[in-house]
Design a protein around this ligand. Structure first.
Ligand code: ZN
Ligand code: ZN
Length: 341
């Protein structure tokens, strides 16, 4: 069967790989129909997430698929032919975060498309715990459950309530999904990004928007927007040091700052800022199983808003060019989906 294999740093090749055998106990074989590409795929491909020992690997962790075969003992609620979205994570069940009910940050977790092979192939076998049935018939939208699930996690960590102000730095897919989820909770949302087309998308989904300019100006404008005292909640979906510094400055005293953007940058901040304002600074990673279920339900209800985030579609054989295009044209590329859709 066909697969796109990342053979080494910066190299993806269309290859012929063996099909999975019969599904084992509790195992599901799915046929990926649509695979979303995201920033972590760029980082992986560019060799920024490992030491080279991770190659060869079949990438793809945002997957809309159909069930091809079920092994013995799979849980109820899954049937051959079902449309499904894949939760990329499986946990060890033994480490400290697993023992306290936070397996999404398991020290030994395995993510499809990163630690084990993912969706950029014609068939994929994985445990039934990672396979979520969905009534969403469009696989490209089903694949959006994964980025939405990261936003669900960020919104849960932020504990956003209806009366609150939320300032979001970064209008990529995760930032946009955070805005949608917070709007659904009734919060007022301000979305900040340097790219006008991304802000335009954000305003279509109910956020107020602000163009990133000089940090001091952005901080002043965002604090004024939130009523002058600062915003109760701030989410950084960029990983950029200037945005994270601004996020801390925009937050009201006793507020929450949630970091969900991935980067390898270091950020320097005056320590007294945290003490003085008694900020809760929280990280948000992959989601938990129940949160993935929430993301699937959100996709089923908000397909139109999420469809606007899909800017490019390519067939499997053009995956390498698709990723190259996305890396080289970040301003015009929101979500790239691979598949025959
Ligand atoms: Zn992703
Ligand atoms: Zn664990």
């Amino acid at each position: 069967m066909r697969a796109v294999v990342t053979t080494q740093r910066r190299r993806m090749e269309l290859a012929d790989v063996p099909e999975p055998g019969e599904p084992g106990v509790g195992e599901v074989i799915v046929r990926p129909r649509a695979v979303g590409i995201c920033g972590s795929d760029f980082h992986f491909l560019l060799g920024e997430l490992g030491d080279g020992s991770e190659f060869p690997r079949i990438q793809g962790h945002e997957v809309g698929a159909t069930v091809e075969a079920l092994g013995p003992g799979c849980r109820d609620g899954l049937a051959v032919g079902d449309a499904v979205a894949l939760w990329p994570l499986s946990e060890c069940g033994r480490c400290y975060p697993c023992r306290i009910g936070r397996p999404n940050v398991c020290d030994n977790f395995s993510l499809i498309g990163i630690h084990v092979d993912g969706g950029l192939q014609e068939l994929l076998a994985l445990p039934d715990s990672q396979v979520f049935a969905t009534s969403e018939p469009n696989p490209a939208l089903a694949s959006m459950a994964e980025p939405v699930s990261i936003a669900v996690r960020a919104v849960h960590r932020a504990a956003i309530e209806s009366s609150e102000h939320l300032v979001v730095f970064g209008a990529g897919p995760i930032g946009q999904a955070v805005c949608l989820l917070a709007r659904e909770r009734g919060a007022s949302v301000l979305l900040i990004d340097p790219v006008a087309s991304r802000l335009e998308l954000g305003s279509q989904t109910g956020a107020e928007v602000l163009a990133w300019s000089e940090p001091e100006e952005v901080v002043a404008a965002a604090r004024e927007w939130s009523g002058g005292e600062g915003s109760e909640v701030v989410v950084d979906a960029t990983g950029a040091p200037a945005a994270i510094r601004a996020a801390v400055d925009v937050a009201v005293s006793a507020g929450r700052v949630v970091l969900v953007g991935i980067s390898a940058h270091e950020v320097s901040l005056p320590a007294f800022g945290f003490v003085d304002k008694e900020l809760d600074v929280l990280g948000a990673s992959c989601c938990q199983a129940a949160e993935f279920g929430e993301a699937v339900a959100f996709v089923e209800q908000h397909g139109a808003a999420l469809e606007r985030l899909i800017t490019h579609r390519f067939p499997l054989e053009d995956t390498a060019q698709a990723i190259e295009h996305a890396i080289e044209n970040p301003a015009e590329t929101m979500k790239v989906v691979i598949g025959d859709v």
